[in-house]
Design a protein around this ligand. Structure first.
Ligand SMILES: [Zn+2]
Length: 482
C-alpha cells in the first residue's frame, strides 16, 4: 500500500524552521550493537497484591509463529502511554503553568518530538496504532468497544515475545479488557489495574491512580529480574473524570469559589449537554485536568528511579507518549455540545500529543525533532532502537533517521479520522486540512503561524488545500475510510 505522501511537485512551502526538516535536531545516533549472548524465555510474576491479571491470553501466536531466536536481546523497552495528555500541557512543549518536572527532565535526557500526532482521538483505536504501527482502519480497531484487533497481526507484544523478551502490559482502566480489543496477545502478563476498585456511581469509569499503577510497575520491573523485557505501562489519570488527589486538586485554580467539580456527574452532564461550563467554571475544569497531569508526573518519577536502582536505565529504550489529547471548548464541536473532552474533533487539542524517547547509548540528550511524526512510527522505532527485526505489516517508518541528524527525504503526512468517517484530516509540511465528508466543507490551518488553528486560511490558499485534499482522498481510498 503506497502511503507515502506525494512530495514531488508539492505546492507546500518549505518550513525548515518548523515542520519540514528537523532543523532543531541536535542528536546523533551511535552505532552500538545491542545483541548479546543467548538465553531462554522465562515467564514473569504478576505485579502486586492489589491487582490481578485479566484473562491472560497465551502468547501462542508469538510462541508458535516463529521459533525463539538463539541470541539474547540485551536492550529492554519501556513504553509509557499517558491517556489524554495534550502536548501543550508540558513545559518542554511550551506550557508555563503546569508543573511536570519529571517529564521535563526526561525530555532533556533524550529526544523530544515537537510535532507528534495521532490518527484517531480515542483510546482503543489510538493505542492500536501505537502497538501495531498501523492505522486504525488497517489494524481493525476503528470503532471503540466494537472492533477488535485483527487476529493475524503482530503487536509490540507478539513481536518482542517472539524475540525472547519477557512481556507485560499494565493498564489503568478496563477498556483494555481482552474482550474489548484483542491487545493481549503476546503479553506474559496482561493486567487491569482498575480491577477491584468500587464505583461511586452506577456506570462510573474506574481509574487506577498513578500511585497504584506505579506500584504495580515497580513490582513488575523487579519481577523481570535480569531478563530483557518489553513493558507497556498505561496511565489513565488525565482522562475524565478529573479527581486529582491533594495537593494537586487545587494547585492551578486555588481561588475558585464556584461549585463545579471534575467528577463523574459533571462528565455525564456535560456530555448530555445539560451543563455548559463557561468562564471560571471552564477554567476550573481545565485546572483539575492539569492537576491530574502533575500528579501523574510525580509518580512516573518513581518508575524512572526504579530503572536506575535496577541499573537498567542505560540498557532500556524508554518512550513516553499519549493516545490523544483533550478539548476544552477551544473549537466548535464536530458533533454537538461545547467541545469538551474527547473524541470531539480533529483539532490539535486532541491530535497533538507528546513523544519523548530516551536511550542513552544511541540518543543524545537534548535532541529536539521538529518534523511531523506519527503514532504509527513508534513501534518501528522501538524495534530498530532495540535491534529487533522490522515488521512487514507496519505502515509507519522508524524515526531513527531523524535522530541521526534530521535527514528525512520523505517528510511524513499525518492522516487522521473520526470513527464515523465523516471527518478526516491531513497535516503536512506546516499545513493542516480538516474535511467534512458529508458536506464537503473544508478548513485549512497554517500550523507554523497558527498552531491553535483559530483562523481558517483556505480562501487565500486554495492550491495548497487542493493538494492536501488530493492526498487525503488517496489515503481515504487506500484505507477504505468511506
Ligand atoms: Zn485515551
Amino acid at each position: 500500500m503506497g502511503r507515502r505522501p506525494a512530495s514531488p511537485g508539492s505546492p507546500l512551502r518549505s518550513r525548515r524552521e518548523f515542520l519540514g526538516i528537523a532543523a532543531a535536531t541536535v542528536g546523533a545516533l551511535g552505532l552500538l550493537s545491542a545483541c548479546g549472548a543467548g538465553t531462554s524465555r522465562t515467564p514473569v510474576a504478576t505485579a502486586g497484591p492489589t491487582t490481578r491479571p485479566t484473562a491472560v491470553a497465551s502468547s501462542s501466536v508469538a510462541a508458535t509463529a516463529t521459533p525463539p531466536r538463539v541470541s539474547r536481546p540485551r536492550t529492554s523497552v519501556l513504553l509509557v502511554t499517558i491517556d489524554t495528555l495534550r502536548a501543550d500541557q508540558l513545559r518542554s512543549y511550551g506550557q508555563q503553568l503546569v508543573q511536570t518536572p519529571t517529564l521535563d527532565a526526561f525530555a532533556a535526557q533524550g529526544a523530544r518530538f515537537a510535532w507528534h500526532m495521532v490518527h484517531q482521538p480515542q483510546t482503543l483505536p489510538s493505542h492500536g496504532s501505537i502497538l501495531t504501527g498501523m492505522y486504525p482502519s488497517s489494524d481493525g480497531v476503528r470503532v471503540q468497544l466494537v472492533d477488535k484487533l485483527s487476529p493475524t497481526l503482530d503487536t509490540a507484544g507478539t513481536a518482542f515475545a517472539r524475540q525472547g523478551y519477557s512481556t507485560a502490559a499494565l493498564f489503568s482502566c478496563s477498556v483494555f479488557d481482552p474482550k474489548n480489543c484483542g491487545f493481549q496477545r503476546g503479553f506474559d502478563v496482561y493486567q487491569d489495574l482498575s480491577f477491584g476498585l468500587t464505583a461511586g456511581q452506577p456506570g462510573e469509569m474506574l481509574k487506577s491512580s498513578a500511585g497504584r499503577t506505579t506500584d504495580a510497575a515497580i513490582a513488575q520491573l523487579r519481577a523481570f529480574g535480569d531478563q530483557p523485557f518489553f513493558l507497556w505501562l498505561h496511565y489513565i489519570d488525565p482522562h475524565c473524570p478529573y479527581v486529582p488527589p491533594a495537593p494537586f486538586a487545587n494547585k492551578y485554580d486555588p481561588n475558585y469559589h464556584g461549585t463545579l467539580n471534575g467528577g463523574w456527574t459533571t462528565v455525564t452532564e456535560i456530555l448530555a449537554e445539560k451543563l455548559r461550563p463557561k468562564g471560571a467554571d471552564l477554567e476550573r475544569l481545565k485546572s483539575l485536568y492539569q492537576g491530574e497531569i502533575s500528579y501523574v508526573d510525580s509518580q512516573i518519577g518513581r518508575v524512572f528511579a526504579e530503572l536506575d536502582q535496577l541499573d537498567r536505565a542505560q540498557s532500556t529504550v524508554v518512550a513516553v507518549t499519549a493516545d490523544h489529547g483533550e478539548s476544552f471548548a477551544e473549537h466548535r464541536d464536530f458533533f454537538t455540545g461545547e467541545g469538551i473532552y474527547h473524541p470531539r474533533s480533529l483539532y490539535n487539542t486532541e491530535l497533538h500529543v507528546p513523544l519523548m524517547l530516551r536511550y542513552p547509548p544511541r540518543i543524545r540528550p537534548g535532541t529536539v525533532v521538529s518534523s511531523l511524526t506519527r503514532a504509527i512510527d513508534i513501534l518501528p522505532t522501538l524495534l530498530e532502537l532495540s535491534d529487533q527485526p522490522a515488521l512487514p505489516q507496519v505502515q509507519g517508518k522508524s524515526l531513527t533517521p531523524l535522530l541521526e541528524g534530521g535527514k528525512d527525504d520523505s517528510p511524513r503526512a499525518v492522516f487522521s479520522a473520526m470513527s464515523n468517517s465523516i471527518f478526516t484530516s491531513v497535516a503536512s509540511e506546516g499545513w493542516k486540512l480538516i474535511q467534512n465528508n458529508a458536506t464537503k466543507q473544508q478548513h485549512l490551518y497554517d500550523l507554523a503561524n497558527d498552531p491553535a488553528e483559530m483562523d481558517d486560511v483556505l480562501p487565500a490558499n486554495r492550491a495548497i488545500a487542493a493538494h492536501l485534499s488530493a492526498q487525503l482522498a488517496t489515503w481515504s481510498l487506500e484505507e477504505r475510510i468511506f
